[in-house]
Write a protein that binds this ligand. Structure first.
Ligand code: FAD
Length: 465
C-alpha cells in the first residue's frame, strides 16, 4: 500500500462505486474502497431463494420513458440485462377484501381515482407553496385541504398504495413541498422497469466497478477494494486523514468519501474525530431512513391467479398497511411458485422483530382470506432485515415535513476533507439507485475540483508563467 492514498471511499454500494469510477476517470488511481460486508452492491443485492434468483433490495429501474434518460439505462443496454415493464393498470380488478373475495372493479376504480385526484391537488399545491415561499406541510395536510379522508379499509389501502408504497412512510410524515411530485418520475418518466435477470440488478454495479478495477484484482484480490472491512473511525485530527477498521487496520488518505447510508450515519457505527459539527449531526438526525421490506414465500404449488393482468394484487385490512401489496413471480420465473409481499414502516419493523413462525402464520391468515382455507403451507420464507442490519438501518431516505433545504445542504456538506455521498445526498433523486449513482459522481467531482484548486494554489509563481 502506498503510505498515503489519494482517496478512501467507505462503502461499495452504487454511490461508493460510482464515486470511485468517476475519481479514476478523473485521473486518480491511488484509491481504496472499504466495504463492511462480503460483497459489493449494498442495497442492491440478489439472492438465491430455493433455486430462483430474487432481488432482496432494489428491483426496479425507477423513472423510465420520460424526457431525460435514466442514467442506468445505457448500462442495462450494454449488459443486455433482462427487464420487464411493470403494469399496475389491473390493480382495480385484483383487490381483495379483508374477509375474502374481490372488491367490484368499479368500486376500487372510484376510490383510486379519488386518491389520484388528491395527489394531483397536492402536486399543484406543492408548487404554489414553493413559489410563494410558504412553509412546508405534510402530504396528510394537503389531503385534508382537498377534503380527502381515507377511512375505510379500501380507502386506507389505496392511500398506502399511492403514498407509502413509494415513500415507505405515511402521509402524516412525508413532506409535501420536498417530495411531491417526485422528480424521478417527472424527469425520467412514469414507468418502472423490473430487473428480472439472473445476473441480478447488482450486475450494474459490477459493470461500473470493472470499468476502474484491474481485472485480475477484481474484488478482494487487489489493493483497490477490500471487503469485510467495517470502518469504525475517521480521524482527521492529525495532518492527513486516518481511517480505522474494526479488524485493527488503519489507512491514510488525503480525502475520504463516506457513502454509508443515512441510517448508518444516524447510528454510532462510524466515529468521527473531531466530532461532526452540531449542525451536521442535527441535519443527519432530522431526515428519515424509511423502511420498505419485501418478504418472499415459496409454495409447493400455485394457488393464485396467473396470466395477463394478475401480477400485482392488493389486500385491504382495518389495520392500514397490513400485508397490503402482493406480486407473483410467474412472469419472470414461471413455475417457481413464489410470492412476494411488501410491507413498510412500523409494520415492517414489527415483522422484523417477531419470530419467523409468527410472520408465516399472519401471512397464511391473509392468504387464506384471499384464496381459501385449503392452500398449502410455504416451503421456504425469506425475511429481510434492512432495519436491524447495522450496515443499513433502513431501506432508503424519506424527506419528513418541515425540514428545509438548508438542512439538506448541511447533510451533504463536506466536513474538512471528509465528503458525504450516498442516495440520501442526491437532492433530486434521493431514495433511488440512480440517485446514488449521481451522488457518487457529484462527490467525486467535488474532490477533483478541490484537488485542482489545491494544485493551483501550490504552484510557484514561476509555474504560472
Ligand atoms: P448502500 O447501497 O447502502 O451502500 C453503502 C455501502 O456502505 C453498503 O454496501 C454498506 O455495507 C457499506 N457500509 C455501511 N457501513 C459501513 C462501514 N462502517 N464501513 C464500511 N462500509 C460500510 N431503489 C430503486 O431505484 N429502485 C428500487 O426498486 C428500489 N427498491 C428498494 C428496495 C429495498 C428493499 C431497499 C432496501 C432499497 C430499494 N431501493 C430502490 C433503494 C436503493 O437500493 C438505494 O437507494 C441505493 O442502492 C443506495 O445506494 P448507496 O450506495 O447510496 O447505499
Amino acid at each position: 500500500y502506498p503510505e498515503l492514498l489519494d482517496v478512501i471511499v467507505i462503502g461499495a454500494g452504487m454511490a461508493g462505486i460510482s464515486a470511485a469510477w468517476r475519481l479514476s476517470e478523473g485521473g486518480l488511481k491511488n484509491l481504496l474502497i472499504l466495504e463492511a460486508s462480503d460483497k459489493i452492491g449494498g442495497r442492491i443485492r440478489k439472492h438465491d431463494f430455493s433455486g430462483t434468483t430474487i432481488e432482496v433490495g432494489a428491483n426496479w429501474i425507477e423513472g423510465v420513458g420520460g424526457h431525460l434518460l435514466n442514467p442506468l439505462l445505457p448500462i442495462v443496454e450494454k449488459l443486455n440485462l433482462r427487464t420487464r415493464r411493470s403494469d399496475y393498470s389491473h390493480i382495480s380488478s385484483n383487490t381483495y377484501r379483508q374477509e375474502g373475495g374481490l372488491y367490484p372493479c368499479e368500486v376500487v376504480k372510484k376510490v383510486l381515482e379519488n386518491a389520484e385526484a388528491s395527489s394531483e391537488f397536492g402536486a399543484t399545491l406543492s408548487a404554489t407553496l414553493s413559489s410563494a415561499g410558504e412553509d412546508d406541510i405534510s402530504v396528510l395536510a394537503s389531503q385534508r385541504l382537498f377534503k380527502h379522508f381515507p377511512s375505510s379499509p379500501l380507502e386506507m389501502l389505496m392511500d398506502w398504495y399511492m403514498n407509502d408504497y413509494e415513500d415507505a412512510e405515511p402521509p402524516k410524515i412525508t413532506s409535501l413541498k420536498n417530495t411531491v411530485p417526485i422528480p424521478t418520475f417527472t424527469d425520467f418518466g412514469p414507468d418502472h422497469d423490473l430487473v428480472v435477470d439472473d445476473r441480478g440488478y447488482e450486475s450494474i454495479v459490477h459493470y461500473l466497478a470493472k470499468e476502474f478495477l484491474k481485472k485480475d484484482h477484481y474484488i478482494d484480490k487487489g489493493p483497490e477494494i477490500k471487503l469485510n472491512k467495517v470502518v469504525k473511525e475517521v480521524n482527521q485530527l492529525s495532518d492527513g486523514l486516518t481511517v480505522k477498521t474494526e479488524d485493527g487496520s488503519s489507512y491514510k488518505a488525503r480525502y475520504v468519501v463516506v457513502s454509508a447510508s443515512l441510517g448508518v450515519l444516524q447510528s454510532n457505527l462510524i466515529r468521527f474525530k473531531p466530532e461532526l459539527p452540531y449542525e451536521k449531526t442535527f441535519a443527519i438526525s432530522k431526515f428519515d431512513m424509511a423502511l420498505f421490506s419485501k418478504i418472499f414465500l415459496k409454495f409447493p404449488s400455485k394457488f393464485w391467479p396467473s396470466g395477463p393482468g394478475t401480477e400485482f394484487f392488493l389486500y385491504a385490512h382495518t389495520k392500514r398497511g397490513y400485508y397490503p401489496l402482493w406480486k407473483h413471480l410467474e412472469e419472470e420465473a414461471p413455475g417457481s411458485n413464489i410470492l412476494l409481499v411488501v410491507v413498510t414502516d412500523e409494520e415492517a419493523r414489527r415483522i422484523e422483530l417477531q419470530p419467523e413462525s409468527a410472520t408465516t402464520s399472519e401471512i397464511m391468515g391473509v392468504l387464506r382470506s384471499m384464496f381459501g382455507k385449503n392452500i398449502p403451507e410455504p416451503t421456504d420464507i425469506l425475511l429481510p432485515n434492512w432495519w436491524s442490519n447495522r450496515f443499513f438501518r433502513g431501506s432508503f431516505f424519506n424527506w419528513p415535513t418541515g425540514v428545509s433545504r438548508h438542512y439538506f445542504h448541511k447533510l451533504k456538506a463536506p466536513f474538512g476533507r471528509v465528503y458525504f455521498s450516498g442516495e440520501h445526498t442526491s437532492e433530486l433523486y434521493n431514495g433511488f439507485v440512480h440517485g446514488a449513482y449521481f451522488a457518487g459522481i457529484d462527490s467525486a467531482n467535488m474532490i477533483l475540483s478541490e484537488m485542482l484548486l489545491q494544485h493551483k494554489d501550490n504552484r510557484s509563481p514561476e509555474d504560472n508563467q
